[in-house]
Design a protein around this ligand. Structure first.
Ligand code: IMP
Length: 200
C-alpha cells in the first residue's frame, strides 16, 4: 500500500424539511455530490412541522428552527406562495388552504378567480423563501417570478395556481410549460439557485 492514499470525500449532511421524496430528489440533483440530503423522517422527526407564521419568511424560519432544535442537524426549509397585488398580497402564506382546510388546488383557483372577477389589475408573483440553519447560523434566500392571473384555466401540467399564472414575457401559463421550462424560471428554482451558490 506504499504511496497509496484513499481519498475520502466527506459529504456535508443537510436535512431538507420535507417528506416529499420527489422534492428531495429534485433538490439533491441540484446540490450535487458534495451534499447528502436527508429527509425529515431520517432525522427521526415524525411530527408535522409548525407553520403558524404570517409571512413566508416566518413560516420557513419556524419550520427550519423547529427541525434544528429537535434534531441538531444542519437543515433548510422552504415556503412558497402566490401574492396577488389587487388582493393585498393574498393568498400569500395561505396559498395551500386559501379556500379551506381541504387544501384543494381546484377550490383555491376558483376562489382566486372569483375574488379577482371585478379587478382590473391582475398582476401577481410567486415567491419562495428558504431558511438555512448551519451550526445555529441563519440565512434566508428568496426567489420570485412576476406575472398575470388570467381569467380561465389553461394547461394541465404543474399544480396549484399554475393553470392561471402567465409569467411576464411569456404567452403560456405555468401549467402549459414543461417541468424543465418552468424549472428554469420558477420562484423555487431561483431561491434554490441562491442557496446552492451560498453553499458553494
Ligand atoms: P409550498 O410551500 O411549496 O408547499 O407551497 C404552498 C402553496 O403555494 C401550494 O400548495 C400552492 O397552492 C402554492 N404554490 C407554491 N408554488 C407553486 C407553483 O410553483 N405553482 C402553483 N402553485 C404554487
Amino acid at each position: 500500500m506504499r504511496g497509496l492514499f484513499t481519498l475520502k470525500i466527506m459529504k456535508t449532511k443537510l436535512c431538507f424539511a420535507t417528506n416529499n421524496a420527489h422534492k428531495l430528489e429534485e433538490i439533491q440533483a441540484i446540490l450535487g455530490n458534495s451534499f447528502e440530503l436527508i429527509s425529515l423522517a431520517e432525522t427521526g422527526c415524525k411530527e408535522e412541522l409548525p407553520e403558524t407564521g404570517n409571512t413566508l419568511e416566518a413560516n420557513s424560519l419556524q419550520k427550519a428552527q423547529y427541525l434544528y432544535d429537535h434534531s441538531q442537524v444542519n437543515c433548510f426549509a422552504d415556503d412558497s406562495g402566490l401574492e396577488v397585488y389587487a388582493l393585498g398580497g393574498e393568498p400569500g402564506v395561505d396559498s395551500a388552504h386559501y379556500a379551506g382546510p381541504q387544501r384543494s388546488h381546484a377550490d383555491n383557483v376558483n376562489l382566486l378567480l372569483k375574488n379577482l372577477a371585478d379587478k382590473i389589475d391582475r398582476s401577481a408573483q410567486f415567491r419562495t423563501v428558504i431558511t438555512l440553519i448551519q451550526d445555529g447560523e441563519i440565512n434566508q434566500f428568496e426567489g420570485s417570478i412576476k406575472g398575470q392571473i388570467i381569467d380561465e384555466l389553461k394547461g394541465s401540467k404543474g399544480f396549484g395556481y399554475d393553470p392561471v399564472f402567465v409569467p411576464d414575457g411569456y404567452e403560456t401559463t405555468f401549467a402549459e410549460m414543461s417541468l424543465e421550462e418552468k424549472g428554469k424560471i420558477s420562484h423555487r428554482a431561483r431561491a434554490f439557485a441562491k442557496l446552492v451558490k451560498f453553499l458553494g
